[in-house]
Design a protein around this ligand. Sequence first.
Ligand SMILES: NC(=O)c1ccc[n+]([C@@H]2O[C@H](COP(=O)([O-])OP(=O)(O)OC[C@H]3O[C@@H](n4cnc5c(N)ncnc54)[C@H](O)[C@@H]3O)[C@@H](O)[C@H]2O)c1
Length: 256
Amino acid sequence: MTAISGRFAGKRAVVTGASSGIGRATVTRLAAEGARVGLIARGREGLEALAAEIGPEAALALPADCADEASISAAIDRAAGVFGGLDIVISNAGIELLGQDDRVDRLDLAVWQRLMRNNLDGQFLTCKHGIRHLLANGGGAVVCLGSNCGYLGMATNEPAYSASKGGVFAMMRVMAIDYAREGIRVNMVVPGFIDTPMNAPVMRDADELRYWSDQIPIGRAGSAEECAAAILWLASDEASYCVGTALVVDGGQASI
Ligand SMILES: NC(=O)c1ccc[n+]([C@@H]2O[C@H](COP(=O)([O-])OP(=O)(O)OC[C@H]3O[C@@H](n4cnc5c(N)ncnc54)[C@H](O)[C@@H]3O)[C@@H](O)[C@H]2O)c1
């Protein structure tokens, strides 16, 4: 993926779920294009290693749980304090519980609640505390991560994950309207089937991989970098007229 030199020069960002997959690709490219980035995820070690790789002038490791209000608000406040404000919030962290999420007649309330807490509460709290700083800044950009399961219902046996992502989609559309006149653009990237640690069991199993790839017009899984490219575009000034957009990055799957 080619970095566009200086596109984010002077911009200050936070990215949740920064240590893995799409979040990792996003922080790497934001930093390469000139931004200073607060890296938020739960595991301290992975974050510190990534921050060291990117370099202390561009990356700040902020271990936090997005679903815990005190934890995520402190991490975002720290990024804004160190950077002198915030321009960009990438609300990316999420989990999928394959094998536990199940048809509703078999679905444990605890599994449902864990998915809602991480995926929906987590994005609500990230946006809540990130947008406080964007308002103080006089504007900025928010990009949430949804999923094509969130409005196509294509992930059979994953009602809880799909409902959590459907919730993010609805919240994103309302936030987009609520903040449009205050210079804050809220948008969403909607990935399809992407080769990240979240899908590692499928990527390792040749039959499963063929089954999923056959359902995608382009015939393969997407990469974290292909999602990051879409996230960066929506966060950049080039997307200045995009408000409430759900940008699908799925190799054509949603068009079938
Ligand atoms: N990979 C796919 O095929 C795919 C498809 C559609 C949507 N998505 C969405 O894209 C986003 C990124 O997924 P990925 O594939 O990179 O997954 P990943 O598992 O590689 O990375 C997710 C990251 O989020 C972090 N995280 C999860 N819950 C957290 C919490 N409460 N607090 C802090 N950090 C937390 C994890 O620790 C991890 O660093 C997720 O929201 C996911 O639902 C992924």
